[in-house]
Design a protein around this ligand. Structure first.
Ligand SMILES: [Zn+2]
Length: 220
């Protein structure tokens, strides 16, 4: 965790660098620095519609001190990239043993204090949700409950996942992306896990992941 502070070019307020998303300018075009490592000067923005709108209206131009170009689907690309980053983080966590899903496994991981973030599907069922939420509350672990079970499942190649636990070392970053996508209204849109957003997982999943991780600006 870095302690450094940056100013949002939307609302103008300072915040920790980790709470802001970074954009860079490449050949007059503003690009979302999804992995926070593109060279050059960056402009930072809170991932919410109000800050992003203001950045688009004037904040980026002021920050980069020049006319800027934005693609027509700038906002939806931005949100799509956050979702892509989230999917990768979830898949990587699963591979590294930092993620469990399903009621029994998550319950036992929580019991052993191995869960830093609890993710509950919006449609996980009231009694399941209540039980896990109470547990998370008691143990003071992060929780998020805004994602449909079919979408959560599709990220890991399953039909439906009602509850998922992520270890503490991966918890904050994933929690933030889940929250940011909520602020951007992403979970409210009509998410069809099979046909939309490319979250269906085909056979060559490894390859797809490699491709995604290896390619910086594949959509710009
Ligand atoms: Zn802001």
């Amino acid at each position: 965790m870095t302690e450094s502070v940056r100013k949002c070019v939307g609302c103008g307020k300072s915040d920790s660098r980790d709470a802001l998303e970074r954009f860079v300018m490449m050949e007059d075009t503003v690009i979302f620095d999804m992995r926070n490592k593109a060279p050059g000067r960056g402009a930072h923005v809170h991932a919410n519609p109000a800050c992003l709108d203001r950045a688009i209206q004037s904040g980026f131009a002021k920050s980069f001190r020049s006319k800027v170009q934005l693609k027509d689907d700038f906002s939806s690309q931005f949100v799509g990239s956050i979702f892509q980053r989230l999917k990768e983080a979830i898949r990587v966590s699963f591979r590294s043993g930092d993620l469990v899903f399903g009621g029994d496994l998550v319950a036992s991981a929580m019991k052993n204090n191995k869960v830093g973030l609890l993710v509950l599907a919006t449609d996980s069922g009231e009694s399941v949700a209540r039980k896990f939420e109470a547990n998370a509350d008691r143990k003071s672990i992060l929780s998020f409950g805004g994602i449909p079970g079919a979408v959560l499942g599709a990220v890991l190649g399953k039909d439906f996942i009602s509850v998922l636990g992520i270890s503490a070392n991966k918890a904050e970053r994933i929690h933030q992306d889940l929250e940011n996508l909520q602020k951007m209204g992403f979970w409210d849109t009509d998410l069809n896990p099979v046909s939309n957003m490319g979250i269906g997982i085909a056979n060559g999943e490894e390859q797809i992941l490699e491709e995604i991780v290896g390619r910086e600006y594949d959509r710009t």
